[in-house]
Design a protein around this ligand. Structure first.
Ligand SMILES: NC(=O)c1ccc[n+]([C@@H]2O[C@H](COP(=O)([O-])OP(=O)(O)OC[C@H]3O[C@@H](n4cnc5c(N)ncnc54)[C@H](O)[C@@H]3O)[C@@H](O)[C@H]2O)c1
Length: 224
């Protein structure tokens, strides 16, 4: 087991890739803190982990809110004494051009996708320093290639790559590894929303599969 007795916090683990990753982490022996703005989703993930014989704890969290993230840190350390892994996975995707995007939508997308990573890293860092822990930030292939009608999303995913590199050199010397992952299309919530926003969702989905070396879109557990 690669993560035996490690404590891993995963944001956005109430569905999709976050949930699948939480299940994979638990299979590898991690005790998983399932953080999500969607309480029911988080509780369901915990249930599935426990049914499979693992250990998990749900914490309702809005990663865009500093007080909520500080509560996540407190709750994590209340339940388990240390934290070893922070997987910043939570995100939203506004499927619009810049012109169509409302100012509030833009601000929220930046606050969740980029600001959420900033807040979680900021408040977990003192605790990750103690364990020489690891941070994994979720970017996307959209961080370096882009697609139509998701301008704000692409901008946040590119920024996450820059933030990850900057954090890696700041904190690598302290023994904290900071990496990001950039999956292609994965059969989970945000890709589904993107396909649904296209004039012909089925055609968009089929075309997306052809862009990948495997000839199909990926599965959430493959990211985990
Ligand atoms: N699905 C894909 O094709 C794909 C590809 C590359 C990268 N990604 C990235 O993977 C991650 C997960 O995407 P997914 O497709 O599984 O989406 P999803 O919608 O299934 O999961 C996102 C989760 O984040 C939660 N969330 C949203 N706002 C939040 C907030 N403010 N605080 C806490 N939790 C919040 C949601 O409730 C949800 O459970 C995202 O960062 C996404 O950008 C997805």
């Amino acid at each position: 087991m690669k993560l035996k007795d490690r404590v891993a916090v995963i944001t956005g683990a109430g569905s999709g890739i976050g949930r699948a990753s939480a299940l994979e982490f638990a299979k590898e022996g991690a005790r998983v803190v399932v953080a999500d703005i969607n309480r029911n989703g988080a509780v369901e993930t915990v249930k599935r982990i426990e049914q499979a014989g693992g250990q998990a704890h749900a914490v309702t969290t809005d990663v865009a809110d500093a007080a909520s993230v500080q509560n996540l840190v407190r709750e994590t350390l209340r339940v388990w004494p240390q934290v070893h892994v922070l997987f910043n996975n939570a995100a939203i995707q506004i499927n619009k051009t810049v012109e169509e995007t409302e100012v509030e939508e833009w601000n929220r997308e930046i606050a969740v996708n980029l600001g959420g990573i900033f807040l979680c890293c900021k408040f977990f860092m003192p605790h990750l320093r103690k364990t020489k822990g690891a941070i994994v930030n979720m970017s996307s292939v959209n961080g370096f290639f882009v697609e139509p009608i998701c301008a704000g999303y692409c901008a946040t995913k590119a920024a996450i790559i820059g933030l990850t590199k900057a954090m890696a050199i700041d904190h690598g010397k302290e023994g904290i590894r900071v990496n990001c992952i950039c999956p292609g299309y994965i059969d989970a919530g945000l890709a589904e929303g993107y396909f649904e926003a296209q004039p012909d969702p089925a055609a968009a989905r089929a075309a997306a599969g052809k862009l990948h070396a495997l000839g199909r879109i990926g599965r959430p557990e493959e990211v985990g």
